[in-house]
Design a protein around this ligand. Structure first.
Ligand SMILES: Cc1cc2nc3c(=O)[nH]c(=O)nc-3n(C[C@H](O)[C@H](O)[C@H](O)COP(=O)(O)O)c2cc1C
Length: 349
């Protein structure tokens, strides 16, 4: 089994969970700078989209070296598209490839991808195998043009990456579709020998409701213990201390933190920032975001800004003004004003 960088990380491994529409290039950069998680995942990217030549999807796969080790997450249902996308991800210099088998969104499961793969074990196994075959073929000298990838994708890939190393393949999933099925789902995945399984302790049906079932995660960890695959537990972890405690209690190799990292890169350091620090990092985030996503896409920064102001006195008014920003200069003006009065503002943590 190829474990790659996964084997070099300190245990427990505490990483940033992939979040579509959240863990974009700017968010990951800020999290790396201020939080330094042990590993970072990108948002998920469609393999069928890449295989069909949707170049704009590669924007989601931009990263800065400070984010390393960085894992590209892929989703889809067509094993041959996973092969091609694995070649692309390898060419782009990522440290690992993760396969999404947990997304509950109908737009993903309706095409047989994400959590729908829990109901389709043959396809799930074939997807892991083809992903691994893609990165290994690339490491053995296969060129992107030999895969039949569209010219527009080939044109934007870096030409020379040496030495060529195959990437470790991991899977992120849920404990079941409409009910927990780890007793058969985990062995199915283990047959394909993924380097890591990240397990969100909810079924697809639960979406994000109720509490993550860490007992089920613990059971999965026990099933995995005799193999070389590592298990990362995931769901409802709010601090790094809590993450370490769950890893100890449920004997997992690590944990992923998702929502608690929104507007809070410090979560990985268990550091509670001052209001001024929050505002300054929100500003830094907005500036970095504007480089990647200038107007009109800059409006997507709004939701990140709202995450930074959670729990602060007068949040409603600040929220109303941030909800209307369309460009960086407007954010700079609002945040400069807030920074000037920050010392006297109260914050509920
Ligand atoms: C807005 C949002 C987007 C998400 N997108 C992805 C995704 O692209 N890939 C994935 O594997 N999980 C995705 N997830 C699930 C998270 O990675 C994580 O499993 C889940 O939020 C539970 O962890 P948490 O309680 O620490 O947030 C997403 C979750 C949220 C809230």
């Amino acid at each position: 089994m190829l474990k790659g960088f996964w084997n070099t990380l300190p245990v427990p491994i505490i990483g940033l969970s992939p979040m579509d529409g959240v863990t974009d290039a700017a968010f990951r950069y800020l999290t790396a700078r201020h939080g330094k998680p042990d590993v970072i995942f990108t948002e998920f990217v469609s393999v069928e989209g890449i295989a069909a030549g949707a170049v704009r999807l590669l924007e989601e796969l931009r990263f800065d070296p400070i984010e390393r080790p960085i894992v590209a997450q892929l989703f889809g249902a067509d094993p041959s598209a996973f092969f091609k996308a694995a070649v692309v991800v390898s060419c782009l210099g990522f440290d690992g490839i993760d396969i999404n088998m947990g997304c509950p969104s109908k737009s993903v499961t309706g095409h047989g991808g994400g959590a729908a793969l829990i109901l389709d074990p043959d396809r799930a196994r074939e997807i892991v195998r083809q992903t691994r075959a893609g990165t290994e073929a690339w490491a053995n000298g296969l060129t992107p043009s030999q895969t039949g990838l569209p010219d527009q994708i080939i044109a934007v890939l870096p030409k020379l990456i040496e030495p060529r190393q195959p990437l470790p393949v991991s899977v992120k999933t849920r404990i079941g579709y409409d009910r927990p099925v780890i007793d058969r789902w985990i062995p199915t995945l283990l047959e394909t020998e993924p380097a890591v399984i990240s397990l969100h302790g909810r079924t697809l049906k639960q979406l994000y409701t109720g509490e993550a079932d860490w007992e089920a995660i613990g059971t999965a960890a026990a099933m995995i213990r005799s193999t070389e695959t590592k298990l990362l537990g995931n769901g409802d972890v709010r601090t790094v201390t809590e993450a370490r405690e769950r890893c100890r209690q449920y004997e997992t190799a690590g944990a992923l933190i998702g929502r608690a990292a929104q507007g809070n890169p410090w979560v990985f350091q268990d550091y509670i920032p001052t209001w001024t620090e929050r505002l300054k990092v929100a500003l830094e985030h907005a500036r970095y975001f504007a480089r990647f996503f200038p107007e009109p896409a800059f409006v997507r920064m709004r939701k990140h800004l709202l995450d930074y102001i959670k729990g602060v006195e007068g949040a409603k008014e600040i929220r109303n003004s941030l909800m209307r920003v369309t460009c960086l200069s407007e954010v700079e003006a609002i945040l400069a004003e807030l920074i000037s009065t920050a010392e006297t503002t109260s914050v509920i943590h």
